[in-house]
Design a binder for this molecule. Structure first.
Ligand code: ADP
Length: 345
């Protein structure tokens, strides 16, 4: 499998707005890399450029050191799985999976072997003779995956492949795709706007906004240490605590915090995830008082809306205890999880 290097790729469809803006990205061999971002940020455009379906304005792409920038799609060994499956309804499952192999001139017993191996990989070998419309959405997506894997691509491209499936099936397919790609050491680029999909499946991920990468790292790094307010909000529920930095101290209505660097006070804020706020038993360093305003009981956890000195924020308590609304409580942020981040657009 291949290491993918994307170098300085830019793309504009109308000659004015840059959909991708000098994008650099390296995907390691065998890595499951996620591109996460809101609708319209350029995710599909990058996938299509890698597949050779859209031509970039500038920049280059290489697979394992070989420049493939000017190769036509069929010579790139980049296979795509689409959100809407893009299977041929008039062909049976076998012929759908065989399609790319026939194009690559694979024939006879070798063709049969490779198709059946791919179908076994997605546990649908017994459906080879079925027509596509007789299969469920989940089965159709597994056929689309088998078709992409059959050509043994250097790079597997997945464009929101689970968006059309219901929640239960989506969970099962997340595991299935992860396991298959790991077993084959498949280099894959997966785009989605679903943060849970990205956090649960990615080896590494990048947050894309307006055609630029905002942050790149492991799921834990991005979730716990977001680069800015946008990344913090995009990756999970977050409390925004207003404050001002002066001489290394960030002053907020909830108390003062050490600031490790200097910030432009008008363009930064404090952030803390709801599950990183704890109920404290007694006063102490970093403990502050708040009032519980409302609660949302979720079974395994409970979200409390709390207020302190005019600031409202959410506390997420796992294994929740019974607490009285309107009461005063003592709270503390987990050490190291309150951060000051820039408020870039
Ligand atoms: P995403 O996958 O993140 O939703 P896309 O790459 O599909 O984003 O689209 C990025 C921007 O480019 C959007 O504003 C979209 O309208 C525009 N766009 C995408 N494809 C085309 C096209 N073929 N022609 C013109 N504009 C396009």
């Amino acid at each position: 499998m291949a290491k993918v290097v994307i170098n300085n790729i830019s793309k504009s469809y109308d000659g004015k707005t840059k959909v991708l803006d000098a994008l650099d990205l390296e995907i390691e061999s065998g890595e499951m890399f996620f591109l996460l971002g809101p609708s319209g940020c350029g995710k599909s455009t990058l996938l299509r450029i890698l597949a050779g379906l859209v031509t970039q304005d500038s920049g280059s792409i290489s697979f394992d050191g070989v420049d493939i920038t000017n190769l036509p799609p069929e010579k790139r060994r980049a296979a795509m799985v689409f959100q809407n499956y893009a299977l041929w309804p008039h062909l049976d499952v076998f012929e759908n999976v065989a399609f790319g192999l026939r194009n690559a001139n694979v024939k006879g017993s070798e063709l049969k072997k490779r198709v059946m191996e791919s179908l076994e990989l997605v546990r649908l070998a017994d459906c080879a003779k079925r027509k596509v419309p007789s299969l469920s959405g989940g089965q159709q997506q597994r056929i689309a995956l088998a078709r992409a894997l059959a050509v043994e691509p250097y790079l597997l491209l997945l464009d929101e492949p689970l968006s059309n499936l219901d929640a239960r099936l989506r969970d099962a397919m997340r595991n299935e795709i992860s396991n298959i790609c790991a077993r084959r050491n498949q280099t894959a680029l997966y785009v989605t706007h679903d943060r849970q999909e990205a956090l649960s499946m990615a080896d590494r991920l990048a947050v894309l906004k307006d055609g630029k990468i905002r942050q790149l790292g492991t799921p834990e790094e991005l979730y716990n240490f977001p680069a800015d307010r946008f990344c913090a909000e995009f990756l999970g529920d977050i409390n925004i605590i207003p404050g001002k930095e002066k001489n290394g101290v960030f002053t907020t209505p909830l108390g003062n915090f050490a600031a490790v660097k200097r910030y432009d006070s008008d363009k930064c804020c404090g952030i803390i995830r709801p599950e990183r706020i704890r109920f404290a038993d007694s006063c102490g360093d970093g403990v502050f008082k708040a009032t519980l305003v409302s609660k949302t009981f979720l079974g395994e956890s409970c979200d409390y809306l709390a207020e302190a000195n005019g600031v409202k924020f959410t506390i997420r308590e796992s294994a929740p205890r019974s607490r009285t609304l309107g009461s005063e409580v003592m709270l503390k942020f987990d050490d190291g999880f309150f951060q000051i981040v820039p408020e870039r657009d």
